[in-house]
Design a protein around this ligand. Structure first.
Ligand SMILES: Nc1ncnc2c1ncn2[C@@H]1O[C@H](COP(=O)(O)OP(=O)(O)O)[C@@H](O)[C@H]1O
Ligand SMILES: [Mg+2]
Length: 428
């Protein structure tokens, strides 16, 4: 349908929808939109189209989509002021780092986009690091990634990751060290590109003491020049008050924000997995020929015959496959096989090693990442299964060549690419 909007108003469109800009001057988060541009809004997303001079749009709405016109801009005044200040500071030195914090759905991605576009208007070279592994914009979910921008962006999701770091989880709680370490590595890479402004988005885990200590450790390690906290009332103060060494800006969460429930966020992630798995096929690798990360598998040796007998006797069942490292014995049972907790404890006491036990087939559906020989991120895949006896691993992935390392994550997907939970069979 056709829709005319007067200058000075904002058109808010909730996806799934597509919008063609037919005429007029329109900006999305400070990015000027050319007439003729088609904008796709995913389900669970809202886009603000700020009309600068009378505009007309052709809108197509999917199921559950809608749009409305509001007066003025939905960008808060303090976003404009903060972005201006950061951009003017960033134009004075190379590699000015601004980290953005806020709870889930506070507007982090939108502010990062707005800030980047504001800097690009001033001809700055901008890098964005996306540290929100749950709602990743750059790179697939469960990764953190970066990109050097080539121009204005209306949606960070359109930006390709130059490199990414796989965490294998969609929330940082159990992987704070990895996230912090990964972000620092990505920062180093971005810095080598001689950008003027580095915008760092972070995850939405801000509530409670653990979140605060994690965010402060992150700031300590990353050493940003500025931290921008987006809040509705004072939900970030317990973090922001602890920050030293960076200039802290506090800005509002826009009232036009569209909040998404857990289910919507999951759907958005699933759309993203789909995007990064498109065109994949199943490939087989011998465990001895590739480097496996995120698991002890392939790191140990096959136990001796005598050891195997001992394991079998104590467990009361014959393992399908065993591998022994210095501190751990990895035991894979046949499908449907089961052992009593008590027997596992007995075995542990006897052998004085940790026992890690799971069933054949339990690995199917685990999300993996693939890297080349230099550790550069190539893409993601889904583990189809491991043939423990032949020591072969089958992966569905669109990555065609150069695979040197397979990093097994903990997110598990079903055949349709839907998240079915976290699986820790390979974690230490
Ligand atoms: N100023 C704004 N006007 C209208 N919609 C907005 C605005 N800021 C954010 N949104 C929308 O609200 C939703 C949540 O914002 P987002 O930036 O994705 O938050 P976060 O990254 O903190 O989860 C998104 O769909 C976004 O497009
Ligand atoms: Mg976001």
């Amino acid at each position: 349908m056709k829709c005319n909007v007067d200058a000075g108003k904002t058109l808010l469109v909730d996806g799934p929808a597509s919008i063609d800009i037919v005429s007029g001057e329109v900006e999305v988060l400070a990015a000027p939109m050319k007439v003729g541009t088609r904008i796709i809004v995913r389900e669970g997303k809202r886009i603000p189209l700020e009309v600068k001079s009378n505009a007309s749009f052709e809108i197509m709405l999917g199921e559950g989509a809608s749009y409305e016109e509001v007066e003025g801009s939905t960008i808060p005044e303090n976003w404009i002021k903060t972005a201006k200040e950061i951009v003017s500071e960033a134009s004075l030195k190379l590699g000015f780092v601004a980290a953005v914090m806020g709870e889930v759905d506070s507007g982090k991605t939108s502010f990062c986009t707005y800030l980047a576009n504001t800097a690009i208007k001033e001809k700055l070279k901008v890098g964005i690091i996306d540290g929100d592994l749950g709602q990743s914009d750059i790179g697939p979910p469960s990764t953190i990634g970066y990109s050097i921008l080539k121009g204005h962006i209306k949606d960070l999701f359109d930006v390709n990751a130059e490199d990414a770091y796989f965490i294998g989880l969609t929330s940082p709680g159990a992987a704070t060290k990895e996230v912090i370490g990964g972000l620092c590595k990505l920062k180093e890479k971005v810095m080598m590109e001689e950008v003027e402004l580095v915008v760092v988005n972070t995850d939405g885990w801000v509530e409670g003491e653990d979140a605060a200590s994690y965010k402060l450790r992150l700031v300590d390690a990353l050493k940003p020049d500025a931290v921008v906290g987006i809040q509705q009332s004072d939900e970030l103060l317990h973090i922001l008050n602890g920050i030293g060494g960076a200039k802290v800006y506090i800005i509002d969460s826009p009232s036009a924000i569209k909040k998404r429930d857990r289910e919507k966020r999951k759907i958005l992630r699933e759309l993203s997995y789909k995007k990064y798995l498109r065109g994949g096929k199943v490939q087989s690798f011998l465990i001895n020929w590739i480097n496996l990360e995120g698991t002890l598998l392939g790191k140990g040796i096959q136990p001796s015959k005598e050891r195997m007998r001992q394991i079998e006797n104590l467990l009361g069942v014959k393992p399908w496959y065993c591998e022994e490292t210095q501190k751990t014995i990895l035991i894979v049972l046949g499908r449907g096989k089961w052992v009593a907790e008590e027997n596992i404890r007995k075995l542990e006491e006897n052998i004085k090693k940790r026992i890690k036990i799971f069933r054949e087939g339990e690995e199917t559906g685990l999300l993996v990442s693939l890297k080349d020989i230099n550790g550069k991120f190539l893409g993601i895949g889904v583990l189809q299964g491991i043939d423990y006896k032949r020591r072969a691993i089958k992966i569905y992935t669109p990555v065609k060549e150069g695979i040197h390392t397979v990093h097994i994550g903990q997110v598990k997907l079903d055949k349709e690419g839907k998240e079915i939970g976290i699986c820790t069979i390979f974690t230490n």
